[in-house]
Design a protein around this ligand. Structure first.
Ligand SMILES: C[S@@+](CC[C@H](N)C(=O)[O-])C[C@H]1O[C@@H](n2cnc3c(N)ncnc32)[C@H](O)[C@@H]1O
Length: 224
């Protein structure tokens, strides 16, 4: 897609934040500025048709080889752009938790699942420091364009690790901050180094960074 159009969309996205996007807080380890939370005004942007071309969502999920019957969680699911794809991947014997901290996002997520006649998605209203998932119950937790918005990243990672089964995976999709040509505001992008520096001390083991998407890292960790 044309760069000028993408820049326009990125600026619009920044304007749609629910909370001030000044990034007043920083991560305690890397001192990375934490981004503001995207508000429900950003819902249309999350399902824009160009997103397919920009982010290759199905290719991202192919890379994760999700098993039928798995229990997965889409944390910061927004209106469910990845949730309905996860629902298909795990099939009727699987479960998808669609979690977000904003009820308005979850309301749209539920409407989107009903419209698709999806029955294996459980909406969860989380807290800013707790995704409220059952302990040791989830095979894969997916965070798409979300981690950099966590205002309590350390507590969130602790709770997510506890929610994973031993051997379960935590996966982050983040726009590459190493690439100056990715036209996204700095606090909405992350380097692989930053992600590893923040997540590894919290008891999760780095597995790999898959670099097949046009603009995002797919960073995989595992609970030992
Ligand atoms: C940019 S949107 C991405 C939505 C979705 N993952 C997608 O790719 O379409 C970020 C979402 O993360 C949510 N969020 C921010 N902080 C969160 C937290 N601590 N726990 C769960 N969700 C959070 C926001 O409410 C928002 O819906």
């Amino acid at each position: 897609m044309e760069k000028s159009r993408f820049v326009g969309i990125a600026i619009l996205a920044a304007l749609l934040c629910a909370l001030p996007c000044s990034g007043a807080d920083v991560h305690p380890i890397t001192k990375r500025r934490i981004a503001g939370v995207m508000g429900p005004g950003g819902a249309d942007w999350l399902v824009r048709p160009e997103r397919q071309e920009e982010e290759h969502p199905d290719e991202a999920l192919d890379a994760l080889k999700i098993a039928k019957g798995a229990t997965v969680a889409d944390i910061g699911a927004g209106v469910g752009y990845f949730t309905w794809r996860l629902s298909e991947r795990v099939g009727p014997a699987g479960v998808v938790y669609g979690e977000d901290i904003q009820q308005a996002m979850l309301d749209q997520l539920v409407r989107n699942m009903k419209a698709r006649k999806i029955t294996n998605v459980r909406p969860v209203l989380g807290g800013i420091d707790d995704p409220r998932l059952p302990n040791s119950s989830v095979d894969l937790i997916l965070l798409v364009d979300v981690y950099h918005e966590f205002s309590e990243p350390v507590k969130m990672v602790d709770r997510m690790r506890e929610a994973l089964r031993p051997g379960g995976r935590l996966v982050l999709l983040e726009y590459r901050a190493e690439d100056p040509n990715v036209p996204i505001r700095p606090e909405h992008k992350m380097t692989l180094k930053q992600v590893r520096a923040e997540i590894e001390p919290q008891g999760l083991v780095f597995v790999e960074s898959i670099e097949t998407l046009p603009q995002q890292h797919i960073i995989v960790f595992r609970r030992p």
